[in-house]
Design a protein around this ligand. Structure first.
Ligand code: NAI
Length: 333
């Protein structure tokens, strides 16, 4: 196959990476022709664990994987990478306040942003997964000024997929029949899962999800809160956060960026706002996007009622606060 691309995964000894690496190495994301060099970054204390992961990668015997580089060095990890998946982050620990969590993550993403800026290819495609994903992405971009703003994204595709799955289950259709749901805003419980423009295909006939479900109350209440709280529900059940579904969503996100989205079909991504829909410019905000030739563009001119505007306002407010707290933390370093 052709020249290998370099893909870095941070938090490579963790549980999302454990599901993610196989799919990337197997050609599920960049195609069966594209060979890959995997850069795996984690912290020094888990280098032994990471070595076990490397052994398993060898044992999968994947023809597309040309080399694996496990490391605890940011320089080695980010050197010449084409795609950077920021999965590792500081987890919230018992009794930790949001401010402490933010400042721990600011430290990590400041350091990694600086290294990315210095060592990665200038056209590197960035996806931040580690929470708080939007704000971590904001800080990363802030410290990597030589990389174009449109190359920074954060993951809200898992929320998007969860929304599709809830609608599909309610309508008793395959989730592939559901199109154009939107996740607006923060990857947090203030996110706004919006089905206003969503359609469902039933026997080849496209119908608005609103008309197919005919239950305004369910769509505005139970549906929204189920999607908003799905991550917490998985943690409560599994005692661990979503990993299999998160890894799958990362693959969907990156594959769509690499190959483009389908005609008249959009997906949700956290991107650096250009001010669309009245969102503060520069904020990392989840929008409905279409992708062509690697260019991400926001779907424009969607109509919104006052309820939807209120939902968007709420998640924006939370993101502005997070961003301001994060910036404060960078100053106090
Ligand atoms: P995990 O705890 O199993 O793995 C995280 C890994 O990151 C650990 O191996 C840890 O050593 C590593 N790490 C910590 N600091 C690091 C640093 N400075 N550099 C490199 N590696 C570092 O966690 P899991 O389940 O894999 O989740 C990872 C992150 O993804 C969490 O922050 C989680 O909240 C987030 N997440 C985000 C989702 C989204 O939709 N945006 C969905 C699910 C999880």
């Amino acid at each position: 196959s052709n020249k290998p691309i370099r893909v870095v995964i941070t938090g490579a000894a963790g549980q999302i990476a454990y599901s993610l690496i196989h799919q990337i190495g197997n050609g599920d994301v960049f195609g069966k022709e594209q060979s890959i060099i995997l850069h795996l970054l984690d912290i020094t204390p888990v280098m032994g664990v990471l070595n076990g992961v490397v052994m398993e990668i060898q044992d999968m015997s994947l023809p597309l994987v040309k080399d694996v580089i496990p490391t605890d060095s940011e320089e080695v990890a980010f050197k010449d990478v084409d795609v950077a998946l920021f999965v590792g982050a500081m987890p919230r620990k018992e009794g930790m306040e949001r401010k402490d969590l933010l400042s721990a993550n600011v430290k990590i993403f400041k350091s990694q942003g600086t290294a990315l800026d210095k060592f990665a290819k200038k056209n590197v495609k960035v996806v931040v997964v580690g929470n708080p994903a939007n704000t971590n992405c904001y800080i990363l971009a802030h410290y990597a000024p030589s990389i174009p703003r449109e190359n920074f994204t954060c993951l809200t595709r898992l929320d998007h997929n969860r929304a599709k799955a809830q609608l599909a289950s309610r309508l008793k259709v395959s989730s592939s029949a559901i199109k154009n749901v939107i996740i607006w805003g923060n990857h947090s419980s203030t996110q706004f899962p919006d089905v206003r423009s969503a359609t469902v295909s039933i026997n080849g006939q496209e119908t608005a999800v609103y008309d197919a479900i005919r239950d305004d109350q369910w769509l505005k209440n139970d549906f929204v809160s189920t999607v908003q709280k799905r991550g917490a529900a998985v943690i409560a059940a599994r005692k661990l956060s979503s990993a299999m579904s998160a890894a799958k969503a990362i693959c969907d996100h990156v594959r769509d960026w690499w190959y483009g989205t389908r005609e008249n079909e959009w997906v949700s991504m956290g991107i650096i706002s250009d001010g669309s829909y009245g969102i503060e410019k520069g904020l990392v905000f989840s929008y409905p996007v279409e992708i062509k030739n690697g260019q991400i563009s926001i779907v424009q001119d969607l109509q919104m009622d006052d309820w939807a505007k209120g939902m968007i306002e709420k998640t924006q407010k939370e993101l502005v606060e997070e961003k301001n707290d994060a910036l404060k933390a960078t100053n106090s370093e």
